[in-house]
Design a protein around this ligand. Sequence first.
Ligand SMILES: N[C@@H](CCC(=O)N[C@@H](CS)C(=O)NCC(=O)O)C(=O)O
Length: 206
Amino acid sequence: MLKIWGRANSSNVQKALWAAEEVGVRYDRIDLGGPFGGLDKPDYVARNPNKRIPTIDDDGYILWESNAIVRYFGHKYGNDQLWPRDPKVRGLAEQWMDWQQTTLFSDFVVLIVQLLRTPPDKRDQTAIENARQKAEASWAMFDQHLKANAFAAGKAFTLGDVPLGVFAWRRYELPIQRANLPNVDAWYKRLQARPGYKKIVMTPLS
Ligand SMILES: N[C@@H](CCC(=O)N[C@@H](CS)C(=O)NCC(=O)O)C(=O)O
């Protein structure tokens, strides 16, 4: 059976798990990282020399990098709707996936580390506020896109919504001031109706 290594509360692991749920592939998840450690163990490093989670083993095929895993599940197990064949629809899904990794992620790392893993008296309020403002400006940009699109790639949910959806949960759950973004709110509500999102993403942050 497909194996996925990584603690269940990691944002990047959640992308792989949620995508697996969406395409309906069964998997075994093995706890690793955070309090479980194991990233430096030789057998793990042999699979993932980058020493991060998630990593998958699909019948002997090893892959790491969360968004690459989401794409692989789309190609291998997704139907045309979840991983659209139309290059223009797929292009949009890929655009928002890459934007999550290259633009949104760095601000969320600051918010997660500061607000969830740093004692209140040790928090860097300037860094938190800068990251919050930048993240909210990014979400405002996505809100504009959602004015004319129900989902990242257009009318239908695709795996292109997965990386952003994982961080939307964090946007609403972290104790931060949020801008009024009605289209993001409506998209987020649509994600919350998906069983895979409920099961994998809507879980306590840490
Ligand atoms: N670009 C990588 C980043 C992977 C990453 O940084 N994962 C974090 C968890 S979200 C990790 O391995 N942290 C070490 C740990 O949890 O111990 C990806 O998207 O897969």
